[in-house]
Write a new protein. Structure first.
Length: 361
């Protein structure tokens, strides 16, 4: 097979119509910049180490008939680090990555969605053969991988799912050093066959209160490295609130005899709200993603830059203003469920009609 050679500029130009292309030198974040997700980091580190070596061992793997599929599915709420962490590992291992935007693949024209899916994967496969590795990251993969049994899905999307499955199988069978990542905030909507095609399933969650404290401290320290002053009460109140929450958590765990999960056991926050009357930064940011916290910091900077001092109230009000992703996700799920029920009701109502009115001419 003849391997086509692509320059960095050609890679960006040709793949750019499907999404954002990042060469390692383009990527700003590093793995160490992204706090938490330690178990995910360990899995991704293993994955990228194999990807780098893949070209050297692929023939042996073929002969053993045990080819590892270079596929990873990342799922969980938006803003929890799925894309950022993958980009960071691409930078660490010096591997180019294309973050495909699914709305650029889906087309209202019959057949174009399937054509776009095949084109982007085949182009990325050619680049992977040339460079010995490449990462293709499908953001919001549920747009092209929705459950085929869903009564609301049209035939074009069902054909798109089949096409996506076929191109993944082809890449894996041929041993192409192309890593295919999928990310979704709606894992419940993914087709079961899509789930099976991905070797790793990594769940991303909202940061717990311990991690939120570390993220806030990280941003405070970054601001402290500028000419902007930091009110000492911010970190002092943060430490005080953190210690109070730890005491409450340990008391409950001692009574129950097992560890608590902040997002699975509401007993913890019921007790916190009962015993801590003042809303501090940790209480406020329950259900905030790392991106929410960063946005809150950026909002606070608009005042802090011209006052040259970041105060506690300024920081608190800014975080409160941006809100947490958990609330938005919950509202979105409620609206989606309501729309789905309405659509299903209309369809069932239409089917139950014994006679249909003649079309208007």
């Amino acid at each position: 097979m003849e391997i086509i050679t692509y320059s960095d500029e050609e890679i960006k130009e040709r793949l750019g119509k499907y999404g954002a292309v990042y060469l390692p030198s383009d990527i700003k974040e590093s793995v160490d910049d992204i706090l938490g997700n330690e178990s995910k980091k360990e899995r991704l580190d293993d994955f990228f180490k194999v990807l780098v070596k893949y070209k050297d061992i692929v023939e042996e793997l073929k002969s053993s008939k045990l080819m590892p599929n270079l596929t990873v599915l990342l799922y969980g709420p938006p803003g929890t680090g799925k894309t950022s962490l993958t980009r960071a590992y691409s930078k660490k291992y010096n591997i180019p990555i294309c973050v495909v935007e699914s709305d650029r693949l889906v087309s209202p024209l019959l057949g174009d969605t399937i054509k776009n899916i095949r084109n982007v994967v085949e182009l990325a496969a050619d680049i992977a053969r040339q460079n010995n590795f490449f990462v293709l990251f499908f953001d919001e993969i549920d747009a092209i991988g929705s459950e085929r049994s869903n009564i609301h899905e049209v035939g074009e999307i069902k054909r798109a799912v089949i096409s996506f499955l076929q191109v993944i199988d082809k890449i894996n069978y041929e041993g192409v050093p192309l890593a295919i990542f999928g990310a979704t905030n709606h894992q419940d909507q993914l087709d079961s066959a899509i789930w099976r095609r991905f070797t790793f399933h990594l769940k991303f969650d909202f940061p717990n209160y311990e991690l939120r404290k570390k993220i806030i401290e990280l941003f405070i320290n970054k601001i402290g490295n500028t000419k902007i002053g930091i009110d000492d009460s911010i970190l002092a109140k943060l430490d005080e609130e953190y210690e109070e929450i730890q005491i409450i958590e340990k008391d409950i765990e001692k009574k129950l005899g097992h560890n608590l999960s902040e997002f699975e056991d509401d007993i913890l926050w019921k007790e916190i709200n009962k015993r801590i009357k003042v809303d501090g930064l940790i209480k406020l940011t329950y259900g905030y993603s790392g991106s929410d916290l960063e946005r809150g910091v950026r909002v606070a900077l608009f005042k802090a830059i011209h006052t040259e001092l970041l105060t506690y109230d300024m920081f608190y009000d800014s975080l409160k203003l941006v809100g947490g992703t958990a609330i938005h996700v919950e509202r979105q799920d409620i609206l989606s469920s309501s729309r789905a029920v309405n659509q299903a009701t209309k369809m069932l109502s239409s089917r139950n009609k014994n006679t249909a009115l003649p079309p208007e001419i």
